[in-house]
Design a protein around this ligand. Structure first.
Ligand code: IMP
Ligand code: MG
Length: 168
């Protein structure tokens, strides 16, 4: 396992993202929507760095083959609170093929938020069209399998305070 992003680098970048988000949403209430399970650690750090009026909710998705391939995505559970008329920021751990994000954007749009933006900690940039739609990106990362800071391999390694490359 090779460390790609240290805990310090992540901490620094999360606080930069939070500053940017605070500027963009100054004076407004923001609803963070976290995608379980991968985003929960990033979401917790980001949320505590935001000096805004906040609400949060979560949804959970999974893919049948574990890789988020097209058509294989399933909504395990949905948001509890309505987001109609709210400014929503979708918080993701990583963009790989982008299939998960496409699914989520279509799903959330049906709930008629006032605005809908995306914040992803990591982006492998496999889908450049989609990457352009992501307003806040922590780091561009290599197209390799990563674990830590919420990211797992078969349920393990989410607790690591850093992001590492792992051979699979
Ligand atoms: P996508 O639909 O291919 O963009 O990726 C969907 C999901 O797969 C992400 O939200 C992650 O939960 C997971 N994923 C993609 N790449 C990695 C990785 O390198 N490590 C751990 N999980 C990943
Ligand atoms: Mg995810």
């Amino acid at each position: 396992m090779k460390v790609l992003l240290s805990a310090e680098q992540i901490h620094q970048r999360v606080s930069e993202l939070a500053d940017e988000i605070c500027r963009d949403y100054a004076g407004q209430e923001l609803t963070l929507v976290g995608v379980l399970k991968g985003s929960f650690i990033f979401m917790a750090d980001l949320m505590r760095a935001l000096k805004l009026s906040l609400r949060c909710d979560f949804l959970r998705i999974s893919s049948y083959d574990g890789k988020g391939k097209a058509g294989n995505i399933r909504l395990d559970f949905d948001l509890i609170q309505p987001i109609e008329g709210s400014h929503v920021l979708l918080v993701e751990d990583i963009l790989d093929t982008g299939q998960t994000l496409r699914f989520l954007l279509a799903h959330l749009a049906t709930k008629k938020p006032k605005s809908l933006e995306i914040c992803s900690l990591l982006d492998k940039q496999l889908d450049s069209t989609l990457s352009q739609k992501v307003r806040y990106v922590g780091f561009q990362v290599p197209k390799q399998y990563l674990v830590g800071y919420g990211l797992d391999l078969d349920g393990h390694y989410r607790e690591l305070p850093y992001v590492a490359q792992i051979e699979i």
